[in-house]
Design a protein around this ligand. Sequence first.
Ligand SMILES: *Cc1c(COP(=O)(O)O)cnc(C)c1O
Length: 356
Amino acid sequence: MDPHPFVTGNKMVGIDLRSDTVTLPSTEMRLAMANAVVGDDVYKEDPTVNQLEATVAALAGKEAGLFLSSGTQGNLISMIVHCRPGQVVICGNKSHVFLYEAAGMSAIGGLMPCALPVQQNGTLDLTDIEKAINKTDDDHYAHTALIVLENTQNRLGGVPLSVDYINQVGALAKKQNIKLHIDGARIFNAAAALGVPLSELVSAADSVSICLSKGLGAPVGSVLVGTKEFIHEAKRKRKMLGGGMRQAGILAAAGLVALTNRNRMHEDHKNAQILAQGLSAFPEIKIIACNTNILFFELNDSCPMKKDEFVAKLKDLGIQVGGFDKTIRAVTHLDITESMVRDVVQKIGSILSIKQ
Ligand SMILES: *Cc1c(COP(=O)(O)O)cnc(C)c1O
């Protein structure tokens, strides 16, 4: 017997590997949402939001947290708190803040990105960063105020940045008296892959934005963490951006359940590897990158099928993938099982063999 027929929810149709954002809230999560104790969060009176913020802050080893609508909002708020209009943000040329946030830093923050080349291992070269930082008094130049790192680095196939590297960037930032923000949309994937606690991984960062709606499986939400002072100002900026929420504990309750999924990230990583290994057996396929839960692959020039046709054929078989240019992206997540990825390998095999 189902005691709560109105919260049973729905299941993924087919096998959706487009992104780890496509996860659907579980029945347990929907029940937690339905039963959440709530209050008005603009008055800081929502106990569930307060609990979520304190929990994420503690996991990250930071003083305070702020519940937000999205990772994009978290990155934007952190940039406008750390910087003043007319200043420069150092980021990667393949980073989410540079490519996929509708230029919010410029349009809303009055900030100029200085986009450095992202290396194959997902890092920004330390010498490049050092050279790019401008703190001189020459009034021709805008001052650098912030470095943004992305962990894991999405466009490089979910590659995690190490504690050692982040600490080096943090030391560099400190020496120059500028701030370090981490876009940690998938920071729990990085922590799991590196086998380090989150607090150690982000100890050099002044702020971190953490998505609850990627592999963790919440329907909505991110948490921004930092010092009490930073979060106090971040709350004002959130209000300014129209992001003050009321009985948001309904959503935060989902976030608290989502956090329990952080300990199963290695399953997604294992499934991504199984997929990569399975596909690498096909001569038509070239594996480009497979780190954590993101696989990039391409069809070889020798393959008579082009990407669009291949993706459409997969879709006919109930399998959805993403991608850009020639690259196909498959992301494993909470709703993807090992038997599903084995099924995907087998079905891709059948598509490729039809064509020969
Ligand atoms: C998804 C993502 C974000 C934030 O996206 P939202 O959809 O706004 O939550 C930020 N950075 C990276 C690397 C991402 O993948």
